[in-house]
Design a protein around this ligand. Structure first.
Ligand code: HEC
Ligand code: HEC
Ligand code: HEC
Length: 428
C-alpha cells in the first residue's frame, strides 16, 4: 500500500500547486490574452476533434510512421493537463517534453512554439488552466507499430533538429511591424509546419528566414493539398498579391486571386479570422518582405487569347469544351471568376507551377469555401470524380493551367488516376 500512498501524496501536492496558481492568477485580462494567443496558435485545429469537446483531443493525424492521436489539453486533472505547472507547460511548448518526461511527436509544432516569449506563454497557460472547461476524456493510444512507437528515438530527433528553443528576437534592422509579423508567422502561426519543405526525418528545412530561402517556399501535401510558397516570388508565390490581398485572404478565406481550400480552410476558420487587423497587416508585411527563392520565374500577365476564343464560340480543344460545359458558369469565360464568390483561375498561384496536384484534387473532390465572421457566406464547388473520366480531367486541367497567361504545365491521365485513388468528396 505504501507506494500508492506516496503517489497520492505527490498528486495532492501538485493539486495544491495548481490551486495556488488558480488563486493567485485569475486575472481575466491575462486569460483573454491567452485565448487570443491560443487562437493565433490554432491549438483547436489539432486538439479539438470534429464534433468533439473543445481541446479534449482525439483527432487522428496521419503521419509517415502511422496514426497519431492528439492529446487532451483541457485542465482536467487526470485526463488533461490540469496538474501541469507553468514550468511543465513551457517545457512542452519549447522542447516538446511532457510532464511525464517523454518527447511528443513533431506533429505537435513545438519547434515553432519555441519562439514564444515568456509573457505570452504565461498568458496561454492561464487560459488553459482557467478559461477552458475540463473534459474527462482519456487519451487514445497511438496507432504507430513497434519499434517506431518507442519514444526514446524522438529525444535524438529533438536533440539534432529542434535544439534551438530560444524565444523570438527581432533581427537587426527589422522594423516593429515586420518583427511582429515574423513573431506570429515563425512562432504561434507555425505557418512553416505546412508551407516549408520537410526533410525525410520530418524536420522543417528552415524555421525562419534567417535559415535560408527554403523557409515558406512551399511544403509537401497535407491531406493531399500542397501548401504553396508564401514568399514574395513569382511562379506560385505571393509576388502578385498586395498586402491588402493577403489580409483579405487570411480574414475571409478569399480575395480577387484565390479562395482557400484544404487544410488552409481550418487555419482561416479556427485561427486567422480572429486576429486583429493590425496583426494580420503585420503578417502580410512580413510575407511581402521575404525575398524570392525562385528568381527565374516571370511575373504573371493576363492574356486574353483563350477568353476571345471562348466568347466567339470557339472551343475547339477537348479541354476548352469541358471548361465551357462544366466550369465557365462559375469561373467565367475570362477565367476571372466572381470576386468573393467564385475564385479566379487566371493568375491563381496554384496554376503557375509544375505542381497540378491541387487543381486535379479539387476537381475530383470538389471544394467548400468556408464562411467567416466578416464574410459569412460559403460557396461550394461540386465533386466531379463520378462524372468526369481521367481523360476529361486531364484535358480541363491542362486547359486551365495554360490559358489566360497561366504558367502551369499540361497534365497526364496518369497524374489524375494517382490522385483519384485518395481523393474523397469534400461535400458528400
Ligand atoms: C498541427 C497539430 C497541432 C497543433 C496546431 C497543436 N498541437 Fe499540441 N499536440 C499535437 C499532437 C499530435 C500531440 C501529441 C503528440 C504525441 O502524442 O506525441 C500534442 C501534444 C500536446 C501537449 C502534450 C499533452 C500531453 O498530455 O502530453 C500539449 C500541452 C499541447 N499539445 C499543447 C498545445 C497548444 C497549447 C497548442 C496551441 C498553441 C497546440 N498544442 C497546438 C498536435 C498539435
Ligand atoms: C495545416 C497546414 C497549414 C498551415 C499551418 C498554414 N497553411 Fe496556409 N495553406 C495551406 C494549404 C494546403 C494551402 C493551399 C490551399 C489554399 O490556397 O487555400 C495554403 C494556402 C495559403 C495561402 C494562399 C496562397 C496561394 O498561393 O493561394 C496563404 C496566403 C496562406 N496559406 C497563408 C498562411 C499563413 C500566414 C499561415 C500561418 C499563420 C498558414 N498559411 C498556415 C496549409 C497551411
Ligand atoms: C458552382 C460553381 C462552380 C463550378 C461549376 C466549378 N467551380 Fe471551381 N470553384 C468553385 C468554388 C466556390 C471554389 C472555391 C472552393 C473552396 O474554396 O474550397 C472553386 C475552386 C476551384 C479551384 C481552386 C482555386 C482556388 O483558389 O480555390 C479550381 C482550380 C477550380 N475551382 C477549377 C474548376 C474547374 C476546372 C471546374 C470545371 C470542371 C470548376 N472549377 C467548376 C465554384 C465552381
Amino acid at each position: 500500500m505504501q507506494p500508492i500512498k506516496i503517489a497520492l501524496a505527490a498528486f495532492g501536492f501538485t493539486l495544491a500547486c495548481s490551486a495556488t496558481f488558480a488563486q493567485t492568477a485569475p486575472d481575466p485580462t491575462l486569460v483573454g490574452q491567452g485565448q487570443y494567443l491560443a487562437e493565433a496558435g490554432d491549438c483547436a485545429a489539432c486538439h479539438t476533434a470534429p464534433n468533439g469537446k473543445a481541446f479534449a483531443g482525439g483527432l487522428p493525424m496521419a503521419s509517415p510512421i502511422g496514426t497519431i492521436y492528439t492529446s487532451n489539453i483541457t485542465p482536467d486533472k487526470s485526463a488533461g493537463i490540469g496538474d501541469w505547472s507553468y514550468d511543465d507547460f513551457q517545457r512542452l511548448m519549447r522542447k516538446g517534453v511532457t510532464k511525464q518526461g517523454y518527447v511528443v511527436y513533431p506533429a505537435m509544432p513545438y519547434p515553432s512554439y519555441a519562439r514564444l516569449t515568456e509573457p505570452d506563454l504565461k498568458a496561454m497557460y492561464a487560459y488553459f488552466m482557467l478559461g477552458v472547461q475540463p473534459v474527462d476524456q482519456a487519451n487514445r493510444a497511438n496507432g504507430i507499430p513497434w519499434p517506431l512507437s518507442m519514444r526514446w528515438p524522438l529525444h535524438i530527433w529533438r536533440w539534432f533538429y529542434a535544439p534551438t528553443a530560444k524565444p523570438f528576437v527581432a533581427a537587426a534592422g527589422q522594423g516593429a511591424e515586420i518583427a511582429r509579423g515574423a513573431y506570429l508567422v515563425e512562432g504561434l502561426g507555425h505557418c512553416g509546419a505546412c508551407h516549408t519543405p520537410r526533410r525525410i526525418t520530418l524536420q522543417e528545412t528552415a524555421l525562419s528566414d534567417a535559415d535560408g530561402p527554403s523557409y515558406l517556399s512551399g511544403g509537401a501535401p497535407v491531406d493531399g493539398w500542397p501548401a504553396p510558397s508564401l514568399r514574395n516570388e513569382n511562379g506560385g508565390g505571393l509576388a502578385g498579391w498586395s498586402e491588402d490581398d493577403i489580409v483579405a485572404f487570411m480574414k475571409t478565406g478569399r480575395n480577387k486571386h484565390s479562395a482557400s481550400f484544404g487544410a488552409m480552410n481550418d487555419v482561416v476558420v479556427d485561427s486567422l479570422q480572429y486576429l486583429s487587423d493590425s496583426d494580420l497587416r503585420s503578417i502580410a508585411a512580413y510575407l511581402k518582405s521575404l525575398p524570392p527563392k525562385n528568381t527565374a520565374a516571370q511575373p504573371y500577365a493576363y492574356d486574353d487569347t483563350a477568353t476571345k476564343a471562348l466568347l466567339s464560340g470557339d472551343a475547339s480543344t477537348r479541354g476548352a469544351q469541358a471548361y465551357v460545359d462544366r466550369c465557365a458558369a462559375c469561373h467565367g469565360s475570362d477565367g476571372k471568376g466572381y470576386e468573393g464568390v467564385f475564385p479566379a483561375l487566371a493568375g491563381n498561384p496554384i496554376l503557375q507551377t509544375d505542381d497540378a496536384v491541387s487543381a486535379i484534387h479539387i476537381i475530383l473532390s470538389g471544394g467548400r469555401l468556408p464562411g467567416t465572421k466578416t464574410a459569412p457566406s460559403y460557396f461550394v464547388m461540386g465533386p466531379y470524380a463520378d462524372v468526369m473520366t481521367d481523360q476529361n480531367i486531364a484535358d480541363v486541367v491542362s486547359y486551365i493551367e495554360t490559358s489566360w497567361g497561366n504558367q502551369g504545365k499540361p497534365v497526364t491521365t496518369g497524374q489524375v488516376a494517382a490522385i483519384r485513388k485518395t481523393a474523397t468528396p469534400v461535400n458528400p
